[in-house]
Design a protein around this ligand. Structure first.
Ligand code: C5P
Length: 417
């Protein structure tokens, strides 16, 4: 991915109505110090906390409010307002604004601009801790993450309402560095625009009963990094993810699944795609029976004997092989990952032939500990393809994802659309 300076970029800052709105004044000043243009929309509630004059003085631009006049609309329509920025930031994002965004409401300037934008959207929530933890806000948050919106999480501490807890606007410094980072990585190369890509990521959970399941140590980090890198190059990315702790990357559509069977169904619903990347550590087997009630310790071993039990397993669908051999919608490029603990390249070469994919990305996961590949931040891969293999140096999962996205773009670029 090409890294460019954030300077010269533009942010559309939507200031919601919360006591933390005053912190935006400092944020505007700091963004401008980094050479970033800041245009602001001040909601009606936001204007109760900071004045349009203060915002326009600091941003050195006209402030747009709900008193948006017909003259304004002629000069700068709300669509243009939402499109001229490189990034849209909502800070503070109130519970009300988040609910509007989650439901696609467009009944004021801020919500209309948010619905009309085609740019990455970042939100920094700020509210009372009960409101933050309320199931309705949790639901909205999940919807927003699945819509590809990036959350800059609130911190914990004293809240303006006198309570203590989560819901305090993230520190201005943290919002600033997230935005700078996003703008730096805003990739001018859009060579995957118009391409649809499916990425599977994370582990699968295969339940035996309502409380127990078979799983593995996959964190999902490599798959998520790939989804992010592909989306940054303009691809339309669907990330089909097993259970992970990760936030959905910007501009990626995430479908959450639990089991291998659900993952396959979600893949089927996403086809046709130009490229499929099977990064998930799919469980090869699932318990043959799924008890509806928690299994009990129901047997009594003889004295001195260890208890033994047996779980019958049945084979899960092999999603990579199924995609690679799909009768109607075989993607132009199908990529598998081979995590091995021994005879890495031999096993990976066998998989390339057996599953029928185009590339296998082989990585050695034998090392456990602080710098383990599974769950860790670094990786070392070898790409096996029909014409040979390329070993890449050890680097972070993000760098590997960026290099792989470039290679995928080159490969798809060489094929007819
Ligand atoms: O056979 P193995 O599990 O080692 O193959 C790894 C590759 O196959 C990965 O790309 C993984 O995502 C994919 N796979 C799959 N469905 C399975 C098992 C593995 O898509 N049931």
């Amino acid at each position: 991915m090409t890294t460019v300076s954030a300077s010269g970029k533009r942010v559309l800052l939507i200031i919601g109505g919360g006591i933390a709105a005053y912190k935006c004044l400092d944020l505007i000043r700091r963004l401008k110090e980094h050479g970033i243009g800041v245009r602001c929309i001040l909601t009606t509630a936001g204007a109760e906390f900071v004045t349009p004059l203060a915002v326009s003085s600091l941003s050195a631009e006209k402030v747009y409010t709900d008193l948006f006049s017909l003259t304004d609309e002629a000069e700068m329509g709300h669509i243009r307002l939402s499109r001229e920025a490189d990034l849209v930031l909502v800070a503070p994002a109130t519970a009300d604004l988040m609910a509007k965004m989650a439901h696609g409401l467009a009944n004021d300037l801020a919500s209309t601009a948010l619905l009309a934008t085609d740019k990455p959207v970042y939100i920094a929530p700020s509210m009372n801790s009960q409101m933050w933890t309320h199931p309705a806000t949790r639901r909205n948050l999940e919807t927003l993450q699945n819509d590809g919106i990036t959350i800059i999480p609130p911190g914990e501490g004293d809240l303006a309402c006198g309570e203590v807890g989560a819901g305090r606007l993230a520190e201005v410094q943290d919002i600033l560095s997230t935005v700078l980072q996003a703008l730096k990585h805003d990739n001018p190369l859009q060579d995957l625009r118009g391409r649809k890509v499916l990425v599977t990521a994370g582990p699968t959970h295969e339940p035996m009963d309502p409380v127990r399941f078979i799983a593995n140590r996959s964190s999902g980090k490599q798959g998520y990094a790939l989804a992010a890198a592909l989306a940054a190059r303009g691809a339309d990315v669907t990330l089909i993810s097993g259970p992970t702790m990760l936030d959905c990357p910007p501009n990626v559509t995430r479908v959450n699944v639990e089991t291998a069977q659900q993952m396959q169904t979600a893949c089927a619903e996403t086809l046709p795609v130009d490229a499929a990347l099977c990064v998930a550590a799919v469980a090869d087997w699932r318990p043959a029976q799924r008890a509806t009630q928690k299994n009990k310790k129901s047997f009594a071993p003889a004295a001195g004997e260890e208890q033994k039990t047996q779980i019958d397993l049945v084979e899960n669908p092999d999603i990579l092989a199924w995609l690679s051999q799909h009768e109607h919608h075989r993607p132009s490029l199908v990529i598998g990952f081979a995590a091995e603990t021994e005879d890495l390249l031999q096993h990976a070469a066998d998989k390339l032939a057996r599953k029928g994919c185009d590339w296998i990305i082989a990585n050695d996961v034998s090392h456990v500990g602080d710098d383990a590949v599974m769950g860790g931040d670094n990786n070392q891969i070898t790409i096996l393809h029909r014409d040979g293999q390329d070993k890449w140096p050890r680097s972070s999962k993000t760098v590997i994802a960026e290099k792989l996205a470039a290679r995928i773009a080159a490969q798809l670029g060489a094929m007819p659309e």
